[in-house]
Design a protein. Structure first.
Length: 69
């Protein structure tokens, strides 16, 4: 069984972003950072639970949404 979430870290801006594993597999091209548009992205973790992916980083709720500090 495939895990639901995939965690990625940008090597340029050092920010983390999480995508659904299903979406990553359907992308035919390449993966880019949503913050700086860099192609230098490293795959970190694959997990079933979203909180497992976010364990190493610190997050804060801002107006109901989780944001990385």
């Amino acid at each position: 069984m495939l895990s639901v979430y995939s965690s990625f870290v940008c090597k340029i801006c050092k920010k983390e972003f999480i995508l659904l594993t299903e979406e990553v597999e359907t992308l035919k091209g390449y993966l880019v950072c949503p913050y700086c548009s860099s192609r230098r992205v490293k795959k970190e973790k694959i997990a079933d639970n979203l909180k497992e992916c976010m364990q190493q980083r610190s997050y804060k709720r801002i107006k109901g949404a989780l944001r990385q500090k």
